[in-house]
Design a protein around this ligand. Sequence first.
Ligand SMILES: [Zn+2]
Ligand SMILES: [Zn+2]
Length: 128
Amino acid sequence: MSNYSRQNNTILKIVEAHPHINIKEISDKAKFKIPTISLATIYRNLDKLESHQKIQRIHINREFVLYEKNKGPHHHFICTKCNTISDLYDPQINVCTSCLSGQHDFTINHINMNIFGTCKKCSQTLSN
Ligand SMILES: [Zn+2]
Ligand SMILES: [Zn+2]
């Protein structure tokens, strides 16, 4: 296996094994396997994996970007107390986007919705 595909494979395996992983965690885990790997190489591999639709990038905000294995279109619930992220698959959201598309004369290619709030665990802690 070439050096390049080894790096690419290592990064893909890390993202697959850890849903919603950030760049810091990816880099720590990649360096554990390939001590000489640079951050630039990691970013380059992530871009490549994303363009081949092997992984998805989730922009929570400018500083907070996460990666996950491509699982098709879905959305995210984000707890603002503990930063837990969970996947949301809801066909109703897709229905409502198709009518939005018609009402606003805008062709929607892709929607990535981040819904912020408090998770069950944190709301239980709050009310106790
Ligand atoms: Zn929480
Ligand atoms: Zn997700």
